[in-house]
Ligand binder design. Structure first.
Ligand code: AHG
Ligand code: MN
Ligand code: MN
Ligand code: MN
Length: 334
């Protein structure tokens, strides 16, 4: 190891010292980094790797699966199923939780993940990511779906990887949010962004504005005021960004502030939002809160929403605290 550099394993062992099942949690998060490295290697090959394009299959939510959605799902299972650290796993790409093969020991954790976030960006070579959430499995025996349905406040760890110009991992075990950059030459994640903090104020927002006519009035009001800029009620100009990979949009917010919204809309009345609670909103919410930001549905803290199903969707608004508080106020006043 080069002098003065903190590897992700050293960091985790130090941060988790004294915590319950500390060695197991550190080991599990290190297994996750193994999956992330193999996904990073596939995404980095681009059109040369033969991994682009769709499979022609659909996931439980009716989305066409990309090859990389499924390959990334397999990479995570392979990296984490054998070590006696998890009792089971669930993901966006599996209708039901994954039951470990008989030969593997069952461990104390449940791993819930979005193997490839932003999959519409794969074929256009724009940043994608992986999101994961770790919950405790307290019962004996293989977990049933109901055992996964724990609110976000019960997460023991959460994180994401971003496959951008550099591959990074950002994670929390409830002691702040920390960022690591993959050093490809040595094949290890190095602590580069300790103790990330999201500024309380911002003049930047991210939303898919093509849905504007379907939003609820409080969100329409908020965005209209941002767009009115200096001449409107806010008295200052706002900037807008939308990458369409939640991980990439959230990463920008962790680096320089801002807010991200995927609110409820009336485009498809059967869906109370676009993003999924268990493997998108909760882990990202935990990371954002640990960085001093806020994560809300507009009406409640995301991490206290009681889950009712594995693939449940929620409205999401997160980032700089004062703007999220304003959005919550607009929802109350409406
Ligand atoms: P996924 O690729 O895991 O299904 O998630 C996609 C999500 C999220 O990453 C992003 O913020 C959002 O979908 C983009 O939605 P639009 O295509 O409606 O902009
Ligand atoms: Mn998807
Ligand atoms: Mn996603
Ligand atoms: Mn996905």
């Amino acid at each position: 190891m080069q002098q003065g550099r903190t590897t992700i394993s050293k960091f985790l062992i130090e941060q988790l010292r004294g915590a319950e099942d500390q060695a197991d949690l550190a080991a599990l998060l290190i297994d996750v980094t193994a999956a992330v490295k193999s996904i990073a290697s596939m995404t980095a090959k681009g059109a040369l790797g033969g991994f682009l394009g769709s499979l022609g299959t659909e996931n439980v939510q009716g989305e066409t699966q990309k090859k990389l959605d499924v390959l990334s799902n397999d990479a995570m299972i392979q990296a984490c199923e054998w070590g006696g650290l998890v009792a089971g796993m669930a993901s966006e790409e599996m209708d039901d939780p994954y039951t470990l093969p008989k030969e593997f020991e069952r461990g104390p954790y449940l791993l819930v993940f979005d193997p490839l976030d932003g999959s519409s960006n794969i074929d256009v070579n724009v940043s994608v990511g992986t999101i994961f959430s770790v919950l405790r499995h307290t019962k004996i025996g293989d977990p049933a779906t109901a055992d996964y349905l724990r609110p976000g406040v019960e997460q023991v760890a959460a994180g994401y990887a971003i496959y951008g110009p550099a591959t990074m991992m950002v994670l929390t075990v409830g002691k702040g949010t920390h960022g690591f950059t993959l050093d490809r030459e040595i094949g290890n994640f190095i602590l580069t962004h300790p103790d990330l903090k999201i500024p309380e104020d911002t003049s930047e927002f991210a939303i898919n504005a093509s849905n504007e006519r379907f939003w609820e009035p409080p969100v329409q009001r908020y965005v209209a005021e941002c767009k009115a800029g200096k001449t409107g009620d806010r008295g200052r100009d706002f900037n807008m960004r939308w990458i369409a990979s939640m991980v990439a949009d959230v990463h920008r917010i962790l680096m320089r502030g801002g807010i991200f919204m995927y609110p409820k809309d009336t485009k498809d009345l059967s869906k109370p939002g676009r993003l999924r609670l268990m493997y998108e909103a909760n882990p990202i919410g935990f990371i954002v809160e640990q960085a001093g930001g806020a994560a809300s549905t507009g009406r409640a803290r995301i991490m206290s929403v009681p889950p009712t199903s594995l693939h449940q969707r929620v409205p999401v608004m997160l980032g700089s605290k004062n703007e999220i508080e304003r959005l919550e106020r607009y929802h109350r006043e409406y």
